[in-house]
Design a protein around this ligand. Sequence first.
Ligand code: AHN
Ligand code: ZN
Length: 331
Amino acid sequence: MKNLSFKYFLPLVLGVLVACGNSNKGSEQTEVEEKDIMAPEFNADSAYAYVKAQCDFGPRIPNSQAHTQCGEWLVSKFKEFGATVYEQKDKVRGWDGTILDMHNIIASYKPETKKRVIICAHWDSRPWADNDSDDKNHHTPIDGADDGASGVGILLELARQLQMQETTIGIDLICFDLEDYGTPQWYNGQHDENSWCLGSQYWSRRQHVDGYNARFGILLDMVGNANARFYQEYFSKRLAGNIVNKVWKKAHDIGVGVYFPKKDGGGVTDDHIPVNNIARIPCIDIIPNYPNSDSSFGPVWHTVNDNFSNIDKMTLKVVGQVMMQVIYNEK
Ligand code: AHN
Ligand code: ZN
């Protein structure tokens, strides 16, 4: 059993934080850079269990019983953790003309507070393993343990933490539906970028409360694989570069910089795009890039192998702890 505690890193971490705080010496006009506090410890066992619980429903593909039941379970868990929960339910049309039952779930902490930060992920799973090496799997729904459930598992553990210790600012944990209904590779017709991210497009046009705004958002996508390395995604850098810098700095400060190389990744069509371009809220995507794999999203992406056996607790821990470090230091 790997030791997942951060306590051995702590002296190192504090050393780094103190060093950062001393960097202004000598200047008469001191713009004091506030020191980060060390956030409470993110519990990766808990996040891991929440990923498994989602997978146990079966593939959460649109219009399925697993999808309905998992959606209800997510709402009940966020309520159990003391969130104010908003639900957006509507019917939207997929690329193939299918009418899809959409269910966006928003778990809010301190909903009355104007200063807000969004942490989001998609909770649906892909109906087709269209990137599988075996053609006969191309119409098989995927478990989506990494592609979907990993990010939501972290959101649930963040909710549990937020109930125990409140942040200064308000937090919205958003589970977007219908991210992964994008046109499959086997379809010979027109491929439309807008076939992806249907739930986040919907939310970005019409938020869950009137006059809603947030300082910034952070999207978590495929944050559960052992080999995940989070390069800086192209659109995140271009549209919300200061947030990329903030998050990557915090990851390096707490000693998990190896997971967050300060190097360019490719550009990805994902839920952060409508949040930036339609809702006009700066939003970054924490998504791995695999420079040495056939698929830039890694070997199990959109294959039947994206199942719970490939989820790594340490990666959940690293990403979850970086999110804790962000939300508990935002003033
Ligand atoms: C495209 O393949 C166009 N976008 C990938 C976004 C995605 C799919 N994230 C998870 N599944
Ligand atoms: Zn996907």
